[in-house]
Every structure is written in structure tokens, then in C-alpha cells.
Design a protein around this ligand. Sequence first.
Ligand SMILES: Nc1ncnc2c1ncn2[C@@H]1O[C@H](COP(=O)(O)OP(=O)(O)OP(=O)(O)O)[C@@H](O)[C@H]1O
Ligand SMILES: [Mg+2]
Length: 214
Amino acid sequence: MRYGAGPEILRDVTFSLPPASFHFLTGSSGAGKSSLLRLMYLAHRPSRGVVKLFDRDVTTIQRKARSEMRRKIGVIYQDFRLLDHLSVFDNVALPLRIAGAGKNQIRTHVSELLSWVGLDDCLDASPSTLSGGEQQRVAIARAVIGRPSLLLADEPTGNVDDAIAVLLLYLFEELNRTGTTVVIATHNEALVGRFKHDQLHLDQGGIEFRPYSA
Ligand SMILES: Nc1ncnc2c1ncn2[C@@H]1O[C@H](COP(=O)(O)OP(=O)(O)OP(=O)(O)O)[C@@H](O)[C@H]1O
Ligand SMILES: [Mg+2]
């Protein structure tokens, strides 16, 4: 992978994620974690090589199949990307609305999830009025509400304290138990050490598999 005519950011990166697996994606700042995730949520095409998602080569599929595939992927962006003209509730409800869920189902699910991440009091707020950590939790709720097949989280606990970070990891584990494949990019080593999951480690443009060891 490269940006424009720039240098190769990732090369000889070969790995596969078994369905319902849970990996941390680690590596120092600038190692390419966000870039690798961009390839995986179809925001960037590889300059060579193959990216397969759900057993299909994403570089050759048609636009329609591509957007269908994209709907199966929940993404937590490093910079949140919330919609400021919508309330917190409506930001989180969006994936369910797109999927055609009913009003009652949306109300119940969104309220429950926002309560779980500690944001009961913010349902009607505009995201721009929230703290960084609160915005991050809204972004997480939006990414998981539709129970995606693949969850890609870019530094999802970068703006919250340790107690909330652990709580959020429990949320990802819960989703994972119901079959979602999870990849969490982070450089929070303390957090990685607390959970029993394998690591994909990026270094010098390459990738190393680091199985969990106690
Ligand atoms: N849009 C872009 N255009 C050009 N180069 C980019 C772009 N985004 C990232 N890069 C470069 O790609 C490399 C990898 O960046 P990336 O953001 O993937 O790293 P990262 O591991 O996510 O870092 P961090 O931990 O700081 O988030 C860096 O050298 C960066 O300068
Ligand atoms: Mg990054």
C-alpha cells in the first residue's frame, strides 16, 4: 500500500483472520495501523496484492457488491467522524435506519447501548458539545449497533480512562462471542496485556503474528 506516488507504507503483509477471531493490531505510531484498516474497510485500494473479504477479492468486485460488503463492516475511526447535524441518538441509530429496522426496535436498542457506554444523559446532544471520550463512545456505539460481521476499531480507547477502556473491551468481546470478527488497532500495551487475544504487529512495513502468551 502507498499513498499516491509516495513510498510503500505496507509491503509483504500477508495474514488471514478466521471468522469470529479477535486480534489486536499493534505497532508504533506511523507503523501503518490506520492504513491497514483503511484497506480492510475498503477506503483505499492496494497498489498491488490482494485483499479478500468474506472470501471475495475486493479489488475486482462491482460497486454494488462493494457497498453491500461495506455494510457488514463496523468501523470506529481514529477521528470518530460523527455527524454534527444529528443528535447522539440519531448518530447511533443511523446504521439501524439504513438497515430498515423498526422505530421501536431502534429506540430500545440505541437507548440500551448508549446507557451501557454511560451516555444516558447525552441522547439529544450534538456530538460537538461532548468531550473527546464521550464522542469516542458514541462512535463505538454507532459501529457496534448493527452487529457487523467485521468490526475494525482504530485506537478506540485513545480518549478514555482505563476503567472505561476495559468496559469498552468487554463490549467488543461480547460482540465477538456472537460471531463478529474483531480487529482493534492500539498502542495501549497495558490494555493489550490485560486481554487474552493474539496480536498482529506492524513493523517496518511488514507484519508479524504474535500469539497470546500468558
Ligand atoms: N493520507 C495520507 N497521505 C500520505 N501519507 C499518509 C497518509 N496517511 C498516513 N500516511 C503515512 O503512512 C504512514 C502510516 O501511517 P498510519 O496513520 O497508518 O500509522 P498508524 O500506525 O495508524 O499511526 P498512529 O499510531 O499514530 O495512529 C505514516 O508514515 C504516515 O505519514
Ligand atoms: Mg493510526
